[in-house]
Design a protein around this ligand. Structure first.
Ligand code: DAH
Length: 337
């Protein structure tokens, strides 16, 4: 029986050399160190040994047990410590990127435009998205049979007592005039709605910035100068612009300002319909009828108004040639701005 002790010790030493964690150590304990384990089995066997062998057997077995217990404790401490020190995360994995929100390109343009006008002394006003026919059309001098009033162009509210989704920000002009006395110098940003088919150039829901300036002796030259200052700040000193006569029911005279096409640089292409120019703003001198509807005496005051499409300005600024891309919410697209 004595010869079995070094055999078991060799077996145990070999096992120890393979144990690499607490789980392995526990498996070892269950095989060797419990009451029914292999070491105790030898102690039990000792009873059968001749009595003159018992002291030496007992001594050798106790040495073996001491050795195993010490080594067991040593490994246990080692594995427990390494478990504390070793972080449970894998430091070699690539880091998780922090997702930070930012302003949508259309809102960026809106804020940039607003800043330019605020710097020129304009204040900011807002009006409701749901308007009535009076503010959206009548007060702005739209004749009763004007095509813009058509169901094909305007979203009317069901059973809405002539309520509709505003088709432009111009009705806010009336609200501002009704709410304050001249001098008035306001910009009115907001969302507008039109019953239009959606394509590369137009959407059914988009944004405008309206402008209104009313005081004594306001002239068309001031309107032109304001538009030029804005355009140069927005598009750079060397951008080229032109004014064209136009028509809006609420301004007289009316004009539109064009900027050289961003895509072809003025040569003529698909985007500018071969004209080399793109319209960026409608404007004009506020019609006397509109002033009167706003509670302002046209014999005493005059004023100018303008209206920009913010999406259009964004396309011109970024060179994006399809307006729908702005609202697909594709982060790969939006992250570029
Ligand atoms: N409301 C016009 C539109 O939606 C834009 C506009 C043109 C606004 C001329 C104005 C203006 O204030 O004077 O197309």
């Amino acid at each position: 029986m004595l010869e079995q002790i070094p055999i078991l010790r060799q077996e145990i030493e070999e096992k120890f050399s393979f144990i690499s964690d607490l789980k392995g150590l526990e498996t070892f304990r269950l095989e060797y160190l419990v009451k029914k384990g292999k070491i105790q089995a030898l102690f039990d066997k000792m009873k059968e040994a001749p009595s003159e062998q018992k002291p030496i057997l007992g001594k050798e077995l106790n040495i073996l047990r001491k050795f195993v217990e010490l080594k067991f404790e040593e490994l246990k401490t080692k594995f427990e410590n390494s478990q504390i020190n070793e972080p449970s995360i894998d430091l070699t994995l690539p880091g998780r990127k922090y997702q930070v929100g930012s302003f949508h390109p259309v809102m960026q343009t809106m804020h940039q435009m607003m800043d330019i006008f605020i710097e020129m002394g304009f204040s900011v006003a807002e009006g409701p998205d749901i308007e009535d026919g009076k503010h959206n059309f009548d007060s702005l001098n739209f004749p009763p049979d004007h095509p813009a009033r058509d169901m094909q162009d305007t979203f009317f509210l069901k059973n809405g007592n002539n309520l509709l989704l505003r088709t432009h920000t111009s009705p806010v002009q009336i609200r501002v005039m009704n709410g304050m006395k001249p001098p008035i110098r306001s910009i009115m940003p907001g969302r507008v709605y039109r019953n239009e088919s959606i394509n590369a150039r137009s959407l059914a829901e988009f944004h405008q910035i309206e402008g209104l300036y009313i005081d004594k002796n306001v002239s068309f030259a001031e309107l032109k100068a304001t538009m030029m200052v804005f355009a140069k700040k927005m598009y750079g000193e060397h951008s080229k612009f032109r004014f064209r006569p136009s028509f809006f029911p609420f301004t007289e005279p009316s004009a539109e300002m064009d900027i050289t096409c961003f895509l072809c640089g003025g040569k003529g292409c698909r985007v500018c319909k071969n004209s080399g120019w793109l319209e960026i703003v409608g404007c004009g001198m506020v019609h006397p009828y509109v002033l009167r509807n706003g509670g302002i005496d046209p014999n005493e005051y005059s004023g100018y108004a303008f209206g920009f499409g913010i999406e259009r300005v964004t396309l011109l600024k970024t060179g994006v040639d399809d307006i729908r891309l702005l609202y697909e919410n594709d982060k790969r697209f939006l992250n570029q701005f």
